[in-house]
Design a protein around this ligand. Sequence first.
Ligand code: ZN
Length: 255
Amino acid sequence: MVSLSKILIAKAILVFCFNLSFNESVPFYTVKDNIVEVPIMKLNFYMMNRSDAEAETLRSIRKNVEYLNKEFQDVIKFEIEQFFVDEGHAYLPDLHQEYFGVEELTVDSLVRDLESKGTINVFIFESYFIEDLNAELMGFTPIFKASHKEYVNASPSFDRIFLAYNALGKQTTLVHEMGHFLGLDHPWEMSEINQGMMGLHDEDAIQENHMAYGPRVSGFTNEQLARMQHFALQFRRYLVNRSEFRLRGEIAFNQ
Ligand SMILES: [Zn+2]
């Protein structure tokens, strides 16, 4: 069993194209090189501390997934597999705290019997305002810092994203957490060289990026999208249950 305390971090968010040009001169025999794989990943949503599914929450979740697909621009496609309701209750900041400390996690007793293999499992809990931070914790994602190859062996324990009910209205939180789930870091954790490689060339680009915090976040860079697709196919392949194959030109046309 993987020792949780030493090797993972739980990335959190607080409140406040690659170039796909269609080359007309491509001869027939290189068509294979122009085929792009679009992995399809399935999502389960677990509405915790609930005895019934509320129509409003279901609507919000569907909107979140629509936005997620829009922001991933057909580089990865997400589909909702199932909704679950469970009366298990904990507060999101307490669960987040746990991931940094103890070996035995409350969260395991709450979610281990519920979670499915082969899907990205999104657990929605209540959150609260943290006075010291002057912010509410909206979501977090437990990840391996380095040994990404371990994801497949640890499945489904590291196929979790945690969201606050309050994050559903905002929609950018799920996108940000999916960024962590697929290998992205916060801009301030990266060296300038790495920022540049991810297309984050100046302060405006950073402020507007989904991996930053704040009101201006609005998109991923093409470099980040390419990185996440690569990460999904390499390290999260066990969660890709099928792929679509398209000609590069089709995707360029769709954009
Ligand atoms: Zn984060």
